[in-house]
Design a protein around this ligand. Structure first.
Ligand SMILES: [Mn+2]
Length: 429
């Protein structure tokens, strides 16, 4: 018998990939692990008759002659399949997008770095022209959306987006997708959530609002990660790390952050876990809750120290400078030559004020272009220091009329931060 299975705590990508394999490999039986995510459970409560799925407990490993593993690369993540690991002559086929820590070595490996495993299988379905029903398309789209945060995680690729389009063409129902992705909280989770609201520590660091929620919880809670996400949104924080000590002397560390915040992936990787800059988790064993908290705090400090500063991305200020002895007409000529909307008035390097496009327009309107720049410059404008973080500067740029932030230290203009500098920075060019 050929079976297909996936990791425990089965998510939609895993379920979708198992179902896709039953289409691509006719006769294959999907074996569902005992522990599945609550959303998947709710989905299967309605949909399971549509698919050839059997629970793990009904499987006799002796019957298995061929094994397909989807969305998992490690025997430990499967539900009691270790018995097959040592078996000779067992055909193993892998479809997966996890590149690190592979212990399941397939005879055939389809392992590529895409946002969701189902994307790889869908590309094969499309190649073979295998028909996809609207109901299958809906499940497959749940798989892509679940793993890529609806294509917003940085792990999402153009291939996931292309397969999203393919599924919409094939009738995937976005209302149903939305209904199963919106996870609701049961009583035990709402208790944890209200404890988080009451006890979390929120602090500011380099202009970032960060929350640390550390508390003991009952084991068996499956939605701690979404509680951390919800908490971050609810409190409007840049980053949150949840540290949950279960009664098995084991802490779940879960980080969530917005894209301009600290790299929570780096924080959890240092604890032996995995993730990307906006989301990640780790399991820490045999350590007191306070010790884990202290470690996480230190790692957050370290992560912030690696931030890019204004001085690393700012421009040379010289082309932006005009002398206070100039007239408005002379200053505008310089601005035009340099293709700048605004210029900065400096007396021997000392920053005095800013002339924006608006200042020139005003002078022109009142026919005072021969007046001194001193009468039109705005002395009070947003400035940054060279040690300001690029992230903070992104916020401050909103306050600038012409997309220029003077970098001023002890009254001296030492650089200029332009929108262009920030664009090169955020697109990492
Ligand atoms: Mn996956």
């Amino acid at each position: 018998m050929q079976i297909v299975t996936s990791h425990t705590n089965t998510d939609f990508d895993a379920l979708a990939s198992m179902v896709a394999c039953t289409c691509l490999y006719p006769g294959t039986v999907a074996i569902l692990p005992s522990h599945i995510m609550p959303g998947v459970k709710a989905f299967l409560a309605i949909h399971q008759d549509l698919y050839r799925i059997r629970p793990r407990k009904e499987l006799d490993l002796n019957q298995v002659s061929s094994l397909i593993v989807v969305d998992a690369n490690n025997w430990k993540r499967l539900d009691r399949m270790e018995g097959l690991a040592a078996r000779e002559n067992l055909e193993i086929i892998s479809w997966d997008h996890h590149m690190e820590g592979v212990t399941i070595n397939g005879n055939q490996e389809f392992r590529e770095e895409v946002g969701a495993t189902i994307t790889l299988l869908l590309e094969e379905i499309q190649r073979r022209d295998t028909p996809v029903t609207p109901m299958q398309a809906t499940l497959f789209l749940l798989g892509i959306y679940d793993d890529t945060g609806c294509l917003t995680f940085s792990s999402a690729t153009h291939r996931d987006a292309r397969m999203t389009a393919f599924l919409l063409e094939n009738g995937a129902d976005l209302n149903i997708v939305a209904a199963y992705l919106a996870d609701t909280i049961d009583d035990s989770h709402s208790q944890v959530f209200s404890d988080m609201l009451a006890n979390a520590r929120i602090f500011e660091m380099e202009g970032l609002k960060i929350g640390i929620c550390a508390q003991p919880v009952k084991s068996g809670l499956t939605m701690l990660a979404s509680l951390v996400s919800k908490y971050r949104e609810f409190k409007g924080l840049d980053a949150v790390v949840g540290i949950f000590l279960t009664d098995q002397n084991k802490s779940m560390v879960i980080g969530r952050a917005n894209s301009q915040s600290i790299d929570v992936g780096a924080v959890v990787r240092a604890l032996g876990g995995g993730g990307h800059p906006a989301a990640g988790s780790a399991v820490v064993k045999g350590m007191e809750l306070e010790t884990v908290v202290a470690k996480v705090e230190q790692l957050i400090q370290d992560a912030s120290r690696k931030e890019i500063l204004v001085q690393e991305i700012m421009s040379d200020p010289r082309r932006f400078m005009v002398d206070p002895s100039l007239t408005m007409a002379q200053a505008r000529k310089i601005a035009a030559q340099e293709k700048l909307k605004g210029v900065l008035v400096c007396d021997h390097g000392h920053f005095l004020g800013c002339l924006s496009a608006e200042s020139f327009a005003k002078a022109k309107k009142s026919a005072r272009m021969d007046a001194s720049v001193k009468g039109f410059m705005k002395p009070r404008v947003a400035v940054v220091a060279s040690g300001t973080t690029a992230r903070k500067a992104l916020e401050l740029m909103n306050l600038s009329d012409d997309g220029l932030l003077p970098v001023v230290e002890q009254n001296l203009l030492i650089g200029v931060l332009t929108r262009g500098n920030l664009i090169l920075h955020i697109y990492d060019i």
